[in-house]
Design a protein around this ligand. Sequence first.
Ligand SMILES: *Cc1c(COP(=O)(O)O)cnc(C)c1O
Length: 399
Amino acid sequence: MNDKSIGLDLNDVVAALKQVLPTDQEAVPLHEPLFGGREWEYVKDCLDTGWVSSAGPYVSRFEEDLARFTGLKRAVAVVNGTAALHTALLLAGVKAEDEVLVPTLTFVATVNAVRYCQAVPRFVDADERTLGVDPVKLRRELAEIARFTPEGTVNSRTGRRIKALIVMHTFGHPADLDPLRDLCAEFDLDLIEDAAESLGSYYQGVHTGHWGKLAVLSFNGNKTITTGGGGAILTDDEDLANRAKHLTATAKQPHPWAYRHDEVGYNYRLPNLNAALGCAQLERLPELLAMKRALAGRYAKIFSGWPGLAFVSEPEFARSNYWLNALLLDENSGSQRDLLLELTHQAGILTRPAWDLMHTLPMFEPFPHGDLSTAEDLARRLVNIPSSPVLGQAISGRV
Ligand SMILES: *Cc1c(COP(=O)(O)O)cnc(C)c1O
């Protein structure tokens, strides 16, 4: 009996997942990379030519390929997504004691980067439809606390300047970018897109990363494409891109032999070896996105109308990369989340709950926030399910 008031039959859910996923392996990971293009060739080329470190032709090629794919003027490759976020905040002029608005429903890197600048995170709530920052709720909060001064927007409760908003495209689903951009214009905030999860995701037909002053990508091993570890800063602003390049390359002045550094820079360069992997992965990105979409389609179909839970689909204004697929248990089934995690793991299906919310972590607990009830509610009911591109390929092979 599948009665909503009684709740969910978890064994049925596990059986449905088994129908979508391969049965011939001991455990199905949450997300694993897929190689099989020219990765070997390009990495071998680095070894053969000796260009393995921070100089070499693959870095600029990767940057150009990224700019072309996303449609932004410039991409600056760096060592990981966290370094990209740190650099983006520095370039936006975030200073110690500034407040930066950040979602509480995000990966820890978003908030760590704020703290690297000695700025103060102010946590904001999520929108159930997008899992991203809720623009309506944030506007209401800012209308209450914001005071306009010649130095910028100030939080009238803390006296600190509110400098920027970071939005994050959760699991690849774009946040509602138009109203968020309008809100940043209205309150004089810099918008930064943490697009670490949304390479290949589009908002109203345009790739994510175009709404912020700066955006960042990650190429960690579990992301849509990987360079082993890596990240990038995206921007349409040539000056900011040049500043990003300088700051992340130890702030060394270009010169044939002199070694002169003109500010405290960072060694955040992406090695050529990793960029080579990135070039090969990027060539396959359209194919990887198609596989991920096939997998999401299969999940959406099998869980359509399912009593007690829903498959998380892209918002109507967006085309998502479906980086990480998710099931959302109904309000009255939320208590069964941990049991679902337990049963799926027993069945070799490596599911995972949402991240612990940022405002609950010990190092961020002292920082300010308003009502976060939607994020709290979502985090309590959400389960990520296997999302590797290869799983979509298996489906195309079977159907
Ligand atoms: C992956 C990720 C990052 C960056 O991670 P790195 O591992 O440093 O590349 C940042 N923000 C979010 C939301 C992420 O998912």
